[in-house]
Design a binder for this molecule. Structure first.
Ligand SMILES: [Zn+2]
Length: 385
């Protein structure tokens, strides 16, 4: 049995060990040591990575009590190697995981809800609680969690004897009776967990709840702790600073500045719609009545104005009225209408001539065309369908 250094000292990241076994596997090499500080995946916490001698440790599993290190190079059996765990990654995971215990303990103690799902993601932790929690309740819990972090309480972690375990109250997802490891934060939480943790709550640094949503009759909460929280803060600050510069607003007032911008945008849109309607009336008046087709091209009209212009021009065309919006570079969106022709039947011919696709009713068709303006004019000006 490999000696589990990560249980004796969760902050020991470099160690010496003897290679007991090394075999080639599909994904690399599988190495067993006499002792290891590499934590295999468990309790929602991912496996450590790092180095063994000159080989990289890519993953670690515990299989039938045996801890297997997955490496990218072979190690000689009997060889003494230096192991080093990627310390910052492990510290960040311990900050998050111990923070999760603090919050879950508070939720359990205050509301009696269980932690029924736990995932440590790349962005943050996701914790599912068995009951609903309002944002006000979560904010209060967050404040209390940070008070407990500041109180710098020592964690007590041990493997109780069977007799002690029977009388011990603790949170647990599984009905375990053997090798139960208890992680206790005095006065806050007692939980069965196999993962390494910080030594004192102060190490968690800070706990921040990012988001929450109703989930299967309970609450799904996104939480971040420690160095990850600092990094998250930096990223958010950078983004707010950029918005504040772009809008010339103070950092604390960007939300109001964005709302103002959206309101201005809405006013501009209403003005632009009114201008479009005035414009298409002029455009329609500029066209004389004809027994043939009317073709109009515009780079600026939106779809509503485009349709309205087709309606106006249809009255003046004995053939069809076609309005193309867009450009040769981006392609054209067309709407074609006619009072007399059956456009549904003519759509195939029209699309064939303008490299287009689309269809509609006998009175009106719409679609897109890849042909350029000159080619479209040549093809449709005198077309009769
Ligand atoms: Zn845990």
């Amino acid at each position: 049995m490999t000696e589990k250094i990560y249980y004796q000292d969760s902050h020991l990241f470099t160690f010496d060990a003897v290679v007991l076994d090394c075999r080639e596997e599909k994904t690399g090499y599988s190495v067993v040591l006499d002792r290891t500080a590499f934590f295999p995946e468990g309790g929602g916490q991912l496996a450590d990575t790092g180095a063994l001698g000159t080989a990289r440790v890519l993953d670690v599993h515990e299989r039938e009590g045996e801890i297997r290190h997955c490496t990218d190079a072979p190690l000689r059996i009997g060889e003494r190697v230096k192991g080093s765990v990627d310390a910052e990654q492990r510290l960040r995971r311990m900050q998050n995981h111990s923070g999760e215990h603090i919050l879950s303990g508070l939720v359990h103690g205050t509301y009696g809800y269980e932690n029924v799902g736990f995932h440590m993601g790349a962005e943050c932790m996701i914790i599912d609680f068995s009951g609903e929690l309002s944002w006000e309740q979560l904010t209060e819990l967050e404040t209390r969690a940070n008070e407990l972090i500041r109180a710098d309480l020592p964690l007590h972690i041990w493997f109780p004897e069977e007799k002690e375990l029977k009388t011990l109250e603790y949170r647990s997802k599984l009905e375990l009776t053997e090798n139960v490891r208890i992680v206790e934060i005095p006065g806050v939480d007692r939980c069965a967990c196999c993962a390494p943790h910080v030594s004192r709550t102060g190490e968690v640094g800070v706990l921040k709840i990012l988001d929450s949503q109703r989930h299967r009759g309970g609450e799904r909460v996104s939480v971040i702790c420690g160095l990850d929280a600092l990094e998250d803060y930096r990223a958010r600050q950078e983004s707010v600073t950029e918005i504040s510069r772009a809008l010339s607003a103070k950092r604390g007032e960007v939300a109001r500045a964005v709302q103002r911008l959206l309101a201005e945008q809405q006013t501009m849109k209403e003005k632009s719609d009114a201008l479009s309607l005035a414009l298409i009336r002029y455009m329609a008046e500029a066209e004389g009545e004809t027994g043939g087709n009317i073709l109009v091209f515009s780079e600026v009209l939106g779809e509503i104005a485009q349709r309205e212009l087709v309606n106006l021009l249809m009255e003046k065309a004995g053939g069809f009225a076609a309005v193309f919006c867009g450009s040769d570079r981006e392609g054209w969106r067309y709407i074609i209408g006619s009072r007399r022709l059956d456009l549904r039947r003519g759509a195939r011919t029209i699309n064939g001539l303008i490299e287009g696709r689309g269809g509609g009713t006998s009175r009106m068709i719409q679609g897109s065309a890849r042909a350029g303006r000159a080619a479209i004019e040549d093809a449709l000006k005198t077309l009769s369908v």
